[in-house]
Each structure stands twice: as structure tokens, then as C-alpha cells.
Design a protein around this ligand. Sequence first.
Ligand code: ADP
Length: 351
Amino acid sequence: MATNERRAPKRVSRKTAKGNQDAAALRVTQLEAELAAARKTIAALTRDAAQASGQPSQAERELKEKTIALEAANLELRNLTQNLDQIVRQRTRALAESEAQLRRKNLELDRLNRMKTEFISIAAHELRTPMTSVVGYLDLIVEGRLGDLPDDLRRPITSLRRNAHRLKRLIEDMLDASRIETGRVTLRRTACSLEEIVLAVIDEMRPLAEDKRQKLSCEIAAVPPIDGDADKIHQVVVNLVANSVKYTAERGEIRLHVDAHSPTGDGPVMARLRVWDNGIGIPPALRARIFEPFSDVHTAKHHTSSGPDSAGLGLYIARGIVELHGGQIEVDSEEGRYSEFTVFLPLADRG
Ligand code: ADP
């Protein structure tokens, strides 16, 4: 049995030895790979450990930089807000001051305006009485009712009379304007005919238009009576036609139209008067100003007669009178071609 147990070592074949060598080499390679992996793990762990022990990472550094920048921006914003607050406070104070100043100036302007209106009213009243006497006597002299007028005096006295009449008109315009401004105009309203008023004005103004060889015509449709102060409406129409004569060249044309129409096109019907001329027209920028007092938009060179025949009050008075009636006045124009003034007046029977 013992002999059986003590067996002679087996003979290792060359082939088996080669296999063992390969297996060992493979194992070495595996061990090397495992070693490399372990090294990597150790490096990572070392890094983590370093981080954990207070070394800032890239992300942390960026975060820190951003926080610092944000704080700086915050500080700047706070400073700016403070500056802005200061600026706003300063501006608000300045604004309040200029507002107070403006209010004081407005009050002062109101006071000066009242003084001006009062002065015009007093001056006009004071001038009216002597002027009425001057005009009256000059009329009597020119008409020969105070005896024959020597030939060598006829021309100067006639000129004196014409200018005295102009001055009287101016004084009356100044009085009317100050009455309108202070709301002291009283209307004596009746049911009156716009047609009759217009025809009377045309008769009155025809000689003036003929002096300039202008064509003055009218077209009148049947219109119910208006609820108006005939004298005041007459004054409005005279102002409009006189302006057309004044601001239209020789041989120009002036047309008047009367009909009934609604100012808005679809509202209640009113009496409508249009005064059209193919005169010098009114530039757009100045159209809004012509109804203001003393708005002599065109320079004296356009005036056909020399002398103080206009104070720029005619349209102001016209608008005042028309609006007191509850009517309205409008203008349409093209410079160098035409002007058209339209007046709407309430009808007596508005039913
Ligand atoms: P004025 O006495 O100067 O004519 P108005 O108040 O009647 O004063 O008119 C104001 C201004 O409006 C005039 O100076 C003139 O420039 C302008 N105007 C009025 N009517 C006409 C018109 N028919 N054609 C051209 N301009 C006009």
C-alpha cells in the first residue's frame, strides 16, 4: 500500500509548462490593471480629502467671485438709489417752486389783463363822446349843412371825416371787445330774418366792393327765422364782409350763402351763413389765432386803405356775439386761394 502511496512525481510535459507560464503572465497583467485602478481611486480620495480639509474648488472660487461682484453691484445700486432719491427730491422741490411761481405769474397776468381791459374800456368811453361830436360836425360840414365848403377845403375835410369815422369804429370795437371780455353784453333777441340782415349788409358794403371792382353776390335759401339780436348779427355779417373786401384783391370775388344746416352734419339744424372770398387766404398756423383779440395776422401792406382801420378785433367780437347766441363760427382757407367763414345760428323755433 505504502509503495502505492509514495508515487514517483509525474513527469511535467513541455506543453503544460508553457500553459502555466501564460496563465502567470495574464495574472500579472490583471494585477497591474487592478493596481492602476487602485491608484486612481487613491488620487480621487486624496482630492476629496483635500477639498474636505478646506481647499476651495473651482466652482467655489467662481461662486465667491460672483458673490463679491454682486455685493459691489448692490452697493453701487444703493448709492445710485440714494442719488436718485436726492435728485427726485430736488426736482420735486424745483417743480413745486416753479409751479408756485407760475401761479403767481398767472395771477399777475390776470390782474394785468383786467387792468388792460379796464383801461381800454375807460379810454374808449372817454374817447367816444368827443369823437361822436367830431364825426357829427364833420358830417354836417361835408354835407354843406353848415354853409358852403370852400373848394380848397373839400379834400382835406373829406379825408378828415373818413379818418374820424375810422377812429369812431375803432373806439366802438374796443368798447365791444371789452364788453365781451367782461361778459357785459346783453342780447335783445327776437325771431328775426337772417336773409334780411344779409341783404341789408350787402347793400351797405356794395360801394366798398365796387371801389375795388369786386364781384359781391349772394345765394339765399328759405330759412326759418333765427333767434337773435338783429343789430348784433348785422355787426357780425358786416365784420365778415368787410374783411373779405379788405383781404381780397381788386376784381376779386365775394360770395354769401344762406341756408339751414346742422353744424355736425347729423345734429339739430341751424341757420348757416357762409362768407367766401378768393382773396389772400389765411396760413394754417395762423387760423387758430385770428379769433383772438388784436390778432392782426396780415401786415399792413395787405390793407387796401392806409390808416388805423383795423385793430384785429373784428373776428374776436364776431365770435363773442355768435357764441353768446349759442352758435358757432368756423374758418376754412387756403393761402393765396380763398377764405370761407361759416356762421351757425340757432333757429327761433327749435322744435
Ligand atoms: P382786422 O381788423 O385786422 O381785420 P379781424 O379780427 O377782423 O381784424 O381779423 C383778424 C385777422 O384775420 C386779420 O388781420 C386777417 O389777417 C385775417 N382775416 C380775417 N378775414 C380774412 C379774410 N377774409 N381773408 C384773409 N384774411 C382774413
